[in-house]
Design a protein around this ligand. Sequence first.
Ligand code: NAI
Length: 258
Amino acid sequence: MRKPIFDLQGKTALVTGAASGIGLAIATLFARQGAFVYLTDINPDNGEQAAEEIRKEGFQAKFFQLNVADEKAVQVLAENLKSEHHLPDILVNNAGIGFVGTMLETTVEDLDRLYQVNVRGVFNLCKAFLPEMVARKAGNIINIASIGGIQAVLERMAYCTTKFAVVGITKSLAIDHAKQGIRVNAICPGRVETPFVKMRLKEYPDPEKAYQEMSATQPLGRMAMPEEVASVALFLASEASSFVTGSCQMVDGGWSAG
Ligand code: NAI
C-alpha cells in the first residue's frame, strides 16, 4: 500500500530553535506525523519541557541544548548522532533572532550578533550534517527565512540582510546538491504570533496599536499562527513536495503579493 503523502514514519528530523514559536510547532507536527524529532535550542528549560510534552502525547522526541552559532558544539552534536547511527533525514534551520532599526540605528555589534545566529547558524548546521546526507544520497533541508529575505521590511535593515543571506544559502545548496538527492527549500513567513513578535511589540510605545498595524500589513488581516508555518514545513519535509527544491514558500497572508 502507498504511504500517506504527509507521512514521516521512519524519518529523523532535527529542528533548531525548537523550544518556542515556529520551531516548536514544526517539531510537534513532525513528531505527530511519525518522525523521531531532535529538538535543539539554546534555552534548555523550555526545550526539555517541549520534548517532554511531545513524548507525553506518545510520540518520539529528544532534546539537546545547542547554540547554533557555536560551530564546535554543532560539530560535536553531529559526531554524536553519527556514532549513534541516528543522523537526521530532515534538518530544519529555524533558530533566529531579530532586531528593529534602520542603518543609522544599527551598530556593527548588532549586525554581527544577528549574522552569527541567523546566517552562521544555518551555515554551521548545514556544514555539519550535509556531508552525511550527500553520502547517503538523500536529505531534506528547510530553512526558515522571512518575508524580510525576499523584500525589504521597514526598519529591519540588519534582519533583512541576514534573511536575504538565508535565501542565498538555500538556493545555492539546492542547485549544488540536487544531483545528490538533496532538496533544500526556504519558508518565508510574514508576521507570525510567537514570543519573537510579542517581544518586539513591547518595544513600541503603544504595543496594541503596533499589533493592529502589523496584522493589517498582511492582506488576510491577521498574523499567522505558528501551526500555519509548520504545515508548510511538513509539505516540504514530505514526499508531497518531491519535485520542489530551491524554492521560497511565502507564508505571509498575501503581504508580498501586492
Ligand atoms: P521565537 O523567539 O518564538 O523562537 C526562537 C527560538 O530560537 C527560541 O526558543 C530561542 O531560544 C531559540 N534561539 C535563539 N537563539 C538561538 C541560538 N543562538 N541557538 C539556538 N537556538 C536559539 O521565534 P519565532 O518567531 O518562532 O521565529 C523562528 C524563526 O522564524 C526565526 O528564524 C525568525 O527569524 C523566523 N521568522 C519569524 C517571524 C515571526 O513573525 N515570528 C516572521 C518571519 C520569520
